[in-house]
Design a binder for this molecule. Structure first.
Ligand code: SME
Length: 162
């Protein structure tokens, strides 16, 4: 039995609390950290945001990952371009999967929206095939909604020196 058990409600409450920090980078870093810490069997949790021509890596937890993803590439590109969540039980059966971490076997990608426009994605990887349930997907979609309502995610990269 783990020493600390997080319920979905605990996780959402922590995400909301981390949104209340004064800098977006710090909030995103802490949100990726709490998801990684609270949810078992994950190996990568992080964010990609639209920079105007592609998706660009934001704060994350896990091994170093690809820094740029074309809009139409990978699970992230599919979720972003179609503005829809993706639950992939076995990434090796997803023909265009981008393998940033060879340990990843299952993946959820959820769009991040602001003012009804998709601005980036939350990407979660697991080393276990079939790791994710519809309840997990719903939790990550609720995380996305809390972030949309409490963070300034529009033009995340545009005002930075890229
Ligand atoms: N697997 C993703 C790429 C990002 S990494 O998993 C961190 C994809 O296929 O889009």
């Amino acid at each position: 039995m783990p020493l600390v058990m997080y319920t979905p409600r605990d996780i959402l409450s922590d995400v909301k609390a981390y949104c209340e920090q004064t800098n977006t980078v710090g909030s995103l870093a802490n949100i990726s950290a709490i998801l990684m810490q609270a949810i078992p069997d994950l190996n990568w949790v992080g964010f990609y945001f639209d920079d105007g021509s592609k998706l660009r890596l934001g704060p994350f937890q896990g091994k170093p990952a690809c820094t740029e993803i074309a809009y139409e590439r990978g699970v992230c590109g599919a979720a972003f371009s179609n503005n829809t969540s993706m639950l992939v039980n076995d990434v090796h059966k997803f023909s265009d999967h981008i393998a940033c971490d060879a340990d990843s076997n299952a993946e959820i990608v959820v769009p991040l929206r602001q003012h009804n426009q998709v601005v980036g994605v939350l990407d979660i990887d697991s080393p276990k095939k079939n790791r994710f349930s519809q309840a997990d997907l719903q939790l990550f979609e609720e995380v996305s909604v809390i972030m949309s309502e409490n963070l300034n995610l529009s033009n995340y990269w545009f005002h930075r020196d890229v």
